[in-house]
Write a protein that binds this ligand. Structure first.
Ligand SMILES: [Zn+2]
Ligand SMILES: [Zn+2]
Length: 174
């Protein structure tokens, strides 16, 4: 997700361009599976303001049943990026703020949205992902996914460590 913004930096303050984003992440570590949308980039006094809405789809693991599910969300992005070098003089520019390391436009005038997208996506993810609000999770005894099938453990309180053995005995008896 890299964009060359040399033309934008050369232009006047307020100049803008739009970029459509349609990106599938295939390499690990994946931030999200897919991102779609468009961003506007506007030349500011000191850099480039990037804003827009991005739809993401992320595969998460349910905290109750451990099943994977696709979680769609929308990120509302607004970040200013600052050039590392003055386009006209070629002089290196000092950082504007201390924590803008992820918002520098590099020496080749390339603006990379990847790190910002990662931060927004992480901030947006649920603390305890659930495949559905009423996911019933795994049986504590036999480990069955109770969303998919009911087991017969519900009325017997068995130490989970004995679950496998109990199952074995059950199958033995037929
Ligand atoms: Zn679940
Ligand atoms: Zn069970």
């Amino acid at each position: 997700m890299q964009y060359n913004v040399a033309q934008l930096l050369k232009g006047p303050i307020g100049g803008s361009s739009n970029y459509n984003i349609d990106y599938t992440f295939t390499e690990a570590p994946r931030i999200t599976d897919q991102v779609n949308g468009s961003v506007h980039m506007v030349r500011t006094h000191q850099g480039v303001l990037v804003y827009g809405e991005l739809d993401i789809r992320t595969t998460l693991t349910c905290g109750r049943c451990l099943g994977e599910f696709v979680w769609p969300s929308t990120l509302d992005i607004e970040e200013e990026f600052f050039p590392m070098v003055d386009l006209h003089t070629g002089r290196q520019l000092p950082p504007i703020t201390e924590d803008e390391g992820d918002q520098r436009i590099d020496f080749d005038h390339v603006l990379d949205l990847t790190e910002i997208l990662r931060q927004y996506a992480i901030a947006d993810m649920p603390m305890k992902p659930l495949c559905t609000a009423n996911c019933v999770g795994l049986c504590r005894v036999c480990g069955s996914n109770l969303n998919q099938r009911e087991c017969n453990c519900s009325d017997t309180e068995v130490d989970p460590r004995w679950g496998a053995l109990a199952d074995l005995l059950k199958s033995h008896k037929g």
